[in-house]
Design a binder for this molecule. Structure first.
Ligand code: FE
Ligand code: FE
Ligand code: ZN
Length: 287
């Protein structure tokens, strides 16, 4: 296959507590040209007001340094398909408010965990997630909302590509939707992206294309996994210290179908560890 040398957008999850300019500077200091951040406290409390001067300063820095698409991440605690109505309502309010805030940074992506059906069954879960998306998406938003591929822990919705497809099919403004592929989660879900020296990454991406469509794929979470394929555990490992391994993850960042997407590390690291992993992935991408 012919090598496609698009720009490599690589970064990691960063703390948003000091604002956007601080995240931009931190990203540059570790060799990153994109990053992920929580839109609010990950436990889902009230969001801090966005400072337009901070955003403007960040956007200038990002333009100067050719940053790629940023990945905003919804709090983990929201659940649009909980059996508890108040929890569903809270998810709806949080997602709607976050989308409003994202308009300060148009053209980026907002990723969320589709939800856990908490015993209601997959069909009800899928229907409630779609219902939430139909309630919050409006034609004017300039953000693409991403459903993350999940590990299938507990009653999580979205570990099978078919489940994500079903959600998308039920959403009226589905042109606002995309998918974020998490390498740890898809392996946990049972997809074989690194079984042996060759692996079946091509096969998994072909399946993704058949079921969802590769044009929906807007971001990649590049994580190793502490557990073997199909474990449904969702425990991330550092690159090369898990069951996927550096070679397999190198094939992911080199894959022609994934060029130009933002790759985000969510590995257990502090900044120096992230800097090392970013350098490693840059080297792996060169092959
Ligand atoms: Fe996530
Ligand atoms: Fe993830
Ligand atoms: Zn995870």
């Amino acid at each position: 296959m012919k090598e496609v040398k698009a720009m490599f957008y690589i970064g990691c999850h960063l703390s948003a507590s000091d604002g956007f300019l601080a995240m931009g500077r931190t990203a540059l200091s570790i060799g990153a040209n994109t990053f992920q951040f929580f839109t609010r406290n990950p436990r889902g409390s009230k969001a801090k007001a966005i400072d337009p001067a901070d955003v403007a300063a960040f956007l200038a820095l990002a333009a100067e340094n050719e940053f790629g698409t940023l990945v905003a991440h919804a709090p983990y605690t929201i659940n649009p398909c909980s059996k508890d109505e108040h929890t569903r309502e809270f998810a709806r309010m949080t997602l709607a408010d976050d989308l409003k805030r994202m308009e300060h940074l148009p053209g980026n992506v907002y990723n969320f965990h589709p939800g856990s059906h908490t015993g209601q069954g997959m069909e009800t879960g899928i229907a409630q997630i779609a219902e939430t998306l139909n309630a919050i998406l409006t034609p004017d938003i300039r953000t693409t909302v991403l459903l993350e591929t999940m590990s299938g822990k507990g009653s999580e919705v979205g570990s099978r590509f078919e489940e994500l497809r079903e959600i998308i099919d039920r959403v009226e403004l589905s042109d606002k939707l995309g998918v974020c592929l998490d390498t740890c989660h898809v392996s946990d879900a049972g997809y074989d992206i690194a079984d042996d020296l060759i692996g079946d990454l091509d096969g998994v991406l072909t399946e993704f294309d058949r079921v969802i469509g590769l044009e929906r794929l807007k971001a990649v979470h590049i994580n190793d996994s502490l557990n073997p394929r199909g474990a449904h555990k969702d425990r991330h490992a550092r690159i090369g210290e898990g069951c996927l391994g550096a070679e397999a993850l190198g094939r992911v960042v080199r894959h022609p179908a994934l060029q130009g997407l933002p790759f985000v590390l969510e590995t257990p690291n502090e900044l120096p560890g992230y800097a090392r992993e970013i350098a490693l992935l840059k080297a792996l991408r060169e092959g």
